[in-house]
Every structure is written in C-alpha cells, then in structure tokens.
Design a protein around this ligand. Structure first.
Ligand SMILES: [Cu+2]
Length: 377
C-alpha cells in the first residue's frame, strides 16, 4: 500500500498552494460588510440559524454520545423493548415544526421585502452579454444614460506577467453610479445566455435570463464602492465580467448625470467628424482590446473553430459594406453579437478601420463615423 508518486506530488502541490501568499492574503470568511438593510437582515438571519443549528447539533450529539458511552454492552446493558409512545412521537413532530416555523417566518418576511420593488426612485436595467454588463438608466434622475461596463484588469495580470492589483478581476472601466439612500430598482436581462447580477454587500443576486426581465432592488445606506461578479456560469469568460457599484451623495450623482449626458451627446454627434487612418487605428486598437479580443484574440488569430481569425479573414479584407454590416448587426445564433447597440459610430468606425489594417490585413481602407451612421439606416 502507501501513497503513490502522483498522489504524493498532488498533495505536496496542494500544501504549497495553501502556503502561498495569495491564499493567505485572501484568508477571509463570513459575509462582506453590509451596505443595505437587506444585507444586514441576511446576515442576522444567517447568524440566528447558525445558532439554532449549533444548539441542535450539540444537543443531539451530547445525548447520543452519553447514551452510547453510558449504556455500552460491555457494562451489561440490555436494549429496552418498547414501541408506540404517543407522547414522544407528538413531541418529535411538534418541536421541529416549531423550530422550522421560527426560522421560516423571518426568512419569508425578509424575502418578501427583497422582492418588493415598488416605488423605486431610480430604475436601472442591467443586461448581461458574453462577457460584459450593459446598463440603461430607465427611470428617475439619469434617465436615458446607457453604457457598457467592461472588465478593466489588464491581460498581463491575468496571464501572470504583471503583478496583480488589489481589485484584480473586480475592476471595470465604468462604474454603475447611484445616489445614497435612494431605492434603486435593478432590472436584469440578457442577450445570450443566463448571467447573474450579484453584489454581495448590497444583498442583490438576480439571474439575468434571455427573453425575460427580472427585478431586484437595493437602497445603499452609505457611500462607497461595492464590487460583485456574474454569478452564473456563462461561458469561457464567466470570471471576467465584474460589477462595480459606486454609491455617491445626491450632489455628486447629479454631477455625474450631467457629465454622462454630455459624453453621450458628444458620442452621438460624431457622424460629422472625420479622422485620419492613424487616429482611427489607435482608437480602434483600444476598442478592439476591450470588446473583441476576448474571442478574436489580440493577435487576430481567433480561437478556431469557435471564434474565427480576423487576420486574413475574407470579411475583414473584403468589401467594407459587408464588414460594417456584420459588426453592426452581428450574426444571429452565433457568439458574434450586434455591436450597433453597444458602441457608438466613432468606436465602430475605429475598430473596423483597425481590423482592416492590423496584423497581416493591409487594405489601407479608412472607415469614418459617417459611414457607420449611413449604414445604420
Ligand atoms: Cu455572465
């Protein structure tokens, strides 16, 4: 017998992993510090149930251990021979029933409260995409704001060629900003597969299901930045679609809304501008890294057969019109999404120009925002 070589090295590996600085740095348990009343309620419920469970556990094990030890056979104990004891049977039905009801009652009250999304101050829709979140402010101050929120952790940190920052894989380029003390209703849906919008400190975890709109709410009690992740296995980059909610004062929120509106107006107004090949290429490279590289890869080689190469692709080197149409409208029933609704004219023009002039593609074509604007019609 004995442990074979393979098992031995596995165990050694595990032991070393346990010792590594990363693991010890993340040596935390229990819930995150709550930022909403609901989150506090969830923790209180959890603690209450843990205490009840512990009491039952210790009680049952104490009685069993005592009986086994005290009445052991070697002492000459005989098993009692009786059945049907109405009193005991009623007791072991009624007592657990009371305990269960005592736990279910507050849990149900909390759940009903968490489902009650009526009379929200602000309504935001979170749309899951493979692999990023899109936000639409639908009602309340900020109505009309929409943006994509992309993972901001650089690829070097993910590959391990750069040191990992504090908020590794929990940082995005654009935060979901909300005012403190206001009831925020979050609608969730998806354009492809099931995702889940989860921010532990706010006690919101809601599946985002294609073809359905679900909702949840939160009212942050304090300002701060709260981080979460997609909590539904949604494909290869499931771990790469973080959520960052920034809770700010009412004044700061109004300022943010003003800024967003200005930025959106500027983005919508790009149809008339024209840029040089170099300007479009360098902007396009950034748009590509954020939006396309997850599938088509930074080197343009894709991951065939799932994600085609764009380096040398017939579409990326063929007629511009077909390339523009594909990026605007996507290809139904494939992972290639319609980016028309996700990116502005300027960004789409830039990324297409980049694709047509990057890697081995040397078309020399320049696609301007006006071309995209025209193609949208
Ligand atoms: Cu997801």
């Amino acid at each position: 017998m004995g442990i074979n070589k393979k098992t031995q090295s596995c165990l050694t590996g595990l032991a070393l992993m346990g010792w590594s600085a990363m693991v010890r740095a993340a040596w935390e348990f229990n819930f995150q510090i709550p930022a909403t009343k609901s989150a506090q309620t969830v923790i209180d419920l959890h603690n209450m149930m843990m205490i009840i469970i512990m009491i039952i556990f210790i009680g049952v094990f104490a009685v069993v251990s005592y009986s086994v030890f005290k009445h052991r056979k070697s002492k000459g104990h005989q098993a009692a021979q009786f059945h049907d004891n109405t009193l005991v049977e009623i007791a072991w039905t009624v007592v657990p029933l009371i305990i269960l009801a005592a736990m279910a009652w507050p849990a149900t009250v909390a759940l009903l409260n968490m489902r009650d999304t009526a009379q929200a101050d602000i309504t935001i829709k979170a749309t899951g995409h493979q692999w990023k979140w899109g936000y639409d402010y639908l009602k309340g101050e900020g109505e009309g704001i929409r943006f994509m929120s992309l993972k901001a952790t650089p690829a070097e940190q993910i590959r391990g060629s750069a040191a990992k920052e504090e908020h590794y894989l929990l940082e995005v380029d654009k935060h979901v900003v909300v005012p403190v003390g206001k009831k925020i209703r979050m609608l969730t849906t998806s354009t492809d597969v099931i995702h889940s919008w989860w921010v532990p400190a706010l006690a919101v975890k809601q599946d985002a299901i294609p073809g359905y709109v679900r909702d949840a709410w939160f009212k942050a009690e304090k300002e701060g930045i709260f981080r979460g992740q997609c909590a539904e296995l949604c494909g290869k980059d499931h771990a790469f679609m973080p959520i960052v909610v920034e809770v700010v004062s009412a004044e700061k929120y109004s300022q943010w809304v003003g800024n967003q509106k200005k930025q959106m107006a500027a983005a919508a107004d790009e149809g008339g501008k024209s840029y040089s090949l170099d300007e479009l290429k360098s902007r396009g490279e950034e748009v590509y890294a954020a939006n396309c590289a997850a599938c088509h890869q930074a080197n343009g080689k894709g991951l065939p057969p799932a994600f085609p190469a764009l380096d040398g692709s017939k579409i990326a080197t063929g007629p511009k019109e077909a390339h523009i149409a594909l990026v605007l409208h996507g290809k139904p029933n494939t992972a290639m999404a319609a980016f028309g609704g996700q990116l502005g004219d300027g960004d789409i023009a830039a990324v297409i120009t980049y694709e047509r002039n990057a890697w081995g593609n040397k078309t020399g074509d320049v696609v301007q925002p006006a071309d995209i604007k025209a193609a949208r019609k």
